[in-house]
Design a protein around this ligand. Structure first.
Ligand SMILES: [Zn+2]
Ligand SMILES: [Zn+2]
Length: 214
C-alpha cells in the first residue's frame, strides 16, 4: 500500500524506485512503527535521512547548501529537489491515508503475509501489474452498492461480480471514430463509459415511455 503510493517512486528524491518504507518520524524520535508513519523511499534516501524527520533532514541539506564546508550532511541534493520534500511527503501521506485506497488494498492484498522481503516484492510487482490493468484508480470508481467491510464492490474492479450489477451489455458495433467520440464524451462528462451507456439507455427508455403515454 505504501510502496505503490507516489507512483512507486521515492517521495524524497522523486526519481528512484521506492523499495523501502521510511518511518517519516523516526522510531528514535518516538515515531510510530505503523502504516501511517510510513512513506515510500529509495534505499539511498532512506539511509541518508537516517534518524531525522523529513523537515530536519531538509533543514540540514539547506544548511549544507549554504555552508558546504561545515559538514551538516555528507552528500548534496539539488535545492530544487529538496525544497519540494515537505510538500511531497504531505501529499503522499494524504494518498496513503485515503480510506478508499486503504480499503481497496485491504480487500485485495490484506490476507497476504510475507515472511521474507522477496515475497513482498513479488506481491508488489503483482499489484503494480494489476493496477496498470484498470483505466482509473479502482478505489475512485463508484460502488455498486454499500459494501460490508470485507468485500470490494468498486464498479471497474470487483463490482462486475456483484449480483446487483449488470454489466454484460450486448456487443456494440461502432465505427472507430464513433467509438473514440463516445469515449471522449464519457471522459468529458467525468463518467465511466459504462455509466454513460447506462444513462443513455435509461433516457431512451424514458423517452419511449413518454411517447407511449402520449
Ligand atoms: Zn530517493
Ligand atoms: Zn476490487
Amino acid at each position: 500500500m505504501v510502496l505503490t503510493a507516489h507512483r512507486g517512486i521515492c517521495v524524497y528524491c522523486g526519481r528512484s524506485r521506492a523499495t523501502t518504507l521510511d518511518h517519516e518520524r523516526p522510531v528514535a524520535e518516538r515515531g510510530a512503527d505503523i502504516w501511517w508513519n510510513f512513506v515510500p523511499a529509495c534505499d539511498g534516501c532512506n539511509r541518508w535521512k537516517n534518524g531525522r524527520t523529513a523537515r530536519n533532514w531538509v533543514r540540514d541539506m539547506d544548511l549544507h547548501h549554504r555552508y558546504p564546508k561545515v559538514g551538516f550532511t555528507s552528500r548534496a541534493m539539488r535545492p530544487e529537489v529538496y525544497v519540494g520534500i515537505p510538500r511531497r511527503v504531505e501529499r503522499v501521506q494524504g494518498e496513503i491515508a485515503d480510506i478508499d485506497r486503504r480499503d481497496w488494498f485491504r480487500h485485495h492484498y490484506g490476507r497476504e503475509t510475507h515472511r521474507v522481503k522477496a515475497g513482498m516484492f513479488e506481491a508488489l510487482e503483482r499489484c503494480k501489474t494489476e493496477l496498470k490493468g484498470y483505466p482509473y484508480h479502482p478505489w475512485t470508481a463508484p460502488k455498486v452498492r454499500e459494501a460490508d467491510a470485507d468485500t470490494c464492490v468498486r464498479r471497474v474492479c470487483c463490482g462486475w461480480k456483484d449480483r446487483q450489477a449488470w454489466f454484460s451489455a450486448p456487443t456494440m458495433i461502432l465505427a472507430e471514430e464513433d467509438r473514440t467520440a463516445f469515449l471522449r464524451a464519457a471522459y468529458r462528462a467525468k463518467l465511466y463509459p459504462g455509466d454513460l451507456l447506462g444513462e443513455l439507455v435509461r433516457k431512451h427508455l424514458a423517452d419511449l415511455n413518454d411517447s407511449i403515454a402520449e
